[in-house]
Design a protein around this ligand. Structure first.
Ligand code: ADP
Ligand code: MG
Length: 616
């Protein structure tokens, strides 16, 4: 246990020396090499640099060097730039209207207090540059320097003067990774600047870790993002743009079927600043919570902008946290922006899934071949009897002769009636049901395979949610009320939600100590196993995330209920049923993935099919 040392006497109050102030501040402003890199790049950006070259050695511990072509520092101000709280950026004292990254005048003096720092700079029109070296806060003389326009800051042996802090740094590899990460983040939001990042640890050759050219052209933002996040991210994302209450939101978010194991691929920028803010991360999580399984995370790049007065960036010295004037407006903007972008693009097939389909067909292991033996045919995965052609034939049998397109089909047996009927629709016309769960459809652009169970689950969920919103969930009265036995204690938990559940069409009442009587179930579900449903709802109430908003909690209960009404795999569907499922999917927002983020359909493009058969 800690006990205060009673031998220590009280000292008189004195003002801290500048050196101490800088040492203390250094701990917050540049706590690790990556933070120093961030501060120095931001200085270059503030000086309107168009080109920034960064190099480092040993994870930034022995060397960090930033070279820019910005507007430079005049010789007469070089010394001042290294004084604490000296800045050229704060005009007047309005801390609520800051248009530069820096304004606190802390980075350079802090770095100079804990390293050997050399700054060389030359203004555009001056004949000569100047340089100044500071070692652990001790300044040398300003000297002339051979440098072209711009500034070079070199930080050697960071924290050598504060060995205790040095010990807190991680391995070279981890510190290098952090530098790489921050440079990429800054580069994402500065597509008009050229960047290069080199590891110069090895004397016999530097390693180019990252580079991004100056992006020109209209699509400079997406071009830059493609370079940094990879083409796959953009292909599997939807673009969004939304404005509300003085905040605007722009960027890209991944389709739910393209999810990641961590939230590391979520990038937020506020007025061009790299931020990592819990409010923003939380809003994004909420926007996706019923599209993605709880262990998975979307990828996103979101740029938020607003007038300076609507956001306080001066919350923390490293400025990576922000405080919005009306936080709930920003939260709502993100949730509604993301959800509406996902709903308008809901049916765009996930391209990486489609590609994976094509690739897996192409790989030798999966290339179709005839079985060698009778046995192999018997055990083969593609057992012909499991293919339910009944559905596809239904079109011919039930055809309405008055329907001209069906008549056309009769007269032209080679052509395809349902293609003409539904072929224009995004998900096309149902052709067959395989393994009693997969609907195969032909669309204008390719072959669509739908997981009927997953799709139906989503449809029921979205419909229930809609009906709940307008308080119109129909309940189906059970002819014979069902008595469900639960465990001790569970009855009370579920009865507490009686009113909510009633609004969802589930009518229950208390019936003895450990039993519940179910009188009605949501009509949309059809016949179901009441016990399984109640157990699932209980699990959601007990294990669901308590911190969520009320609406999220209700939606998770709805999601649990929806699973019970789904057409389980294993139900044969006729052609009309299959087509109506496809049409419903096209109409329903968010129907491209089930409530757990699994895709509800994949598409194999006709062009891929032709490629597989060597036709193109
Ligand atoms: P701040 O950025 O908060 O003003 P710094 O300590 O980072 O504080 O920098 C102090 C000053 O030095 C800046 O206000 C700016 O005038 C000047 N400066 C620093 N880096 C550069 C650079 N790369 N190019 C031009 N001027 C710079
Ligand atoms: Mg600065």
């Amino acid at each position: 246990m800690y006990t205060a040392d009673i031998t220590v006497k009280k000292n008189a109050i004195v003002k801290l020396s500048t050196a101490s102030v800088n040492l203390i501040a250094a701990g917050e402003v540049v706590e690790r090499p990556a933070a120093a890199v961030k501060e120095l790049i931001e200085n270059s950006l503030d000086a309107r640099a168009k080109s920034i070259d960064i190099s480092y050695a040993h994870g930034g511990k022995t060397l960090i060097k930033i070279e820019d072509d910005g507007w430079g520092i005049p010789r007469s101000e070089l010394k001042l730039a290294l004084e604490s709280h000296a800045t050229s950026k704060l005009i007047g004292s309005n801390l609520l209207d800051i248009n530069t990254f820096g304004f606190r005048g802390e980075a350079l003096p802090c770095l100079a207090a804990v390293s050997k720092l050399t700054i060389k700079s030359r203004e555009q029109n001056s004949v000569e540059g100047a340089e100044l070296t500071v070692t652990a806060g001790i300044k040398e003389q300003v000297k002339p320097s051979a440098i072209s326009q711009g500034t070079i800051v070199e930080v050697q042996d960071l924290f050598f003067s504060t060995p205790a802090r040095l010990k807190f740094l991680k391995s070279d590899i981890i510190e290098s990774k952090a530098i790489n990460e921050i440079v990429r983040r800054i580069a994402m939001v500065n597509s008009h600047v050229r960047f290069s990042l080199r590891d110069v640890t090895k004397k016999d050759g530097s390693k180019l870790v990252f580079q991004a050219p100056f992006e020109t052209g209209e699509k400079n933002i997406s071009d830059r993002l493609r370079r940094i996040m990879g083409a796959e991210f953009l292909e599997n994302s939807v673009e969004l743009f939304q404005q509300q209450n003085g905040y605007s939101l722009q960027g890209y978010v991944s389709m739910p079927t393209y999810s990641k194991a961590t939230s590391l691929n979520q990038y937020f920028f506020v007025n061009g600043r790299v931020v990592r803010d819990r409010l923003l991360l939380g809003a994004l999580r909420t926007a996706y919570y019923d599209f993605i399984n709880s262990g998975r995370h979307p990828a996103a790049v979101l740029f938020i902008s607003c007038r300076n007065e609507n956001v306080d960036i001066n919350v923390h010295p490293s400025k990576s946290e922000v405080r919005f004037k009306v936080a709930s407006d920003v939260r709502t903007l993100i949730i509604s922006g993301v959800r509406s972008a996902l709903s308008t693009n809901g049916l765009r097939a996930n391209t990486s899934l489609s590609r994976a389909t094509a690739t897996s067909f192409l790989s030798n292991n999966h290339r179709a071949r005839f079985p060698k033996t009778h046995n192999e045919a018997q055990n083969g995965a593609l057992n012909e009897h499991e293919i339910n052609f009944k559905g596809a034939q239904g079109v011919f049998q039930n055809s309405d002769l008055a329907n001209p397109s069906t008549r056309f089909e009769k007269e032209n047996p080679v052509s395809d009636a349902s293609y003409i009927l539904d072929g224009e629709a995004y998900l096309g016309a149902a052709k067959a049901q395989l393994y009693k769960n997969y609907i195969v459809a032909q669309s204008k652009t390719g072959l669509v395979i739908v997981d009927q169970h997953a799709a139906h689950e989503r449809l029921v969920y979205e419909r229930l949610k809609e009906m709940y919103k307008i308080r119109k969930v129909e309940s189906q009265h059970l002819l014979l009320p069902e008595i469900v036995e639960l465990q001790a204690g569970e009855v009370d938990i579920i009865l507490e939600k009686e009113t909510d559940l009633k609004a969802l069409g589930l009518e229950i009442e208390s019936f003895g100590e450990n039993t519940i009587c179910v009188r009605g179930t949501p009509a949309i579900l059809g016949q179901l196993d009441c016990k399984a449903l109640l157990t699932d709802i209980l699990d959601e109430i007990v294990n669901g995330d308590e911190s969520r908003h009320l609406e999220d909690k209700i939606n998770s209960i709805i999601s649990r209920i929806a699973c019970h009404g789904s057409i389980r795999s294993g139900r044969a569907l006729n052609n009309d049923e299959m087509n109506s499922l496809l049409r419903d999917m096209e109409k329903t927002p968010f129907s491209a993935q089930c409530n757990h983020g699994r895709p509800t359909f994949i598409e194999l493009k006709l062009t891929d099919l032709e490629r597989l058969f060597g036709r193109s």
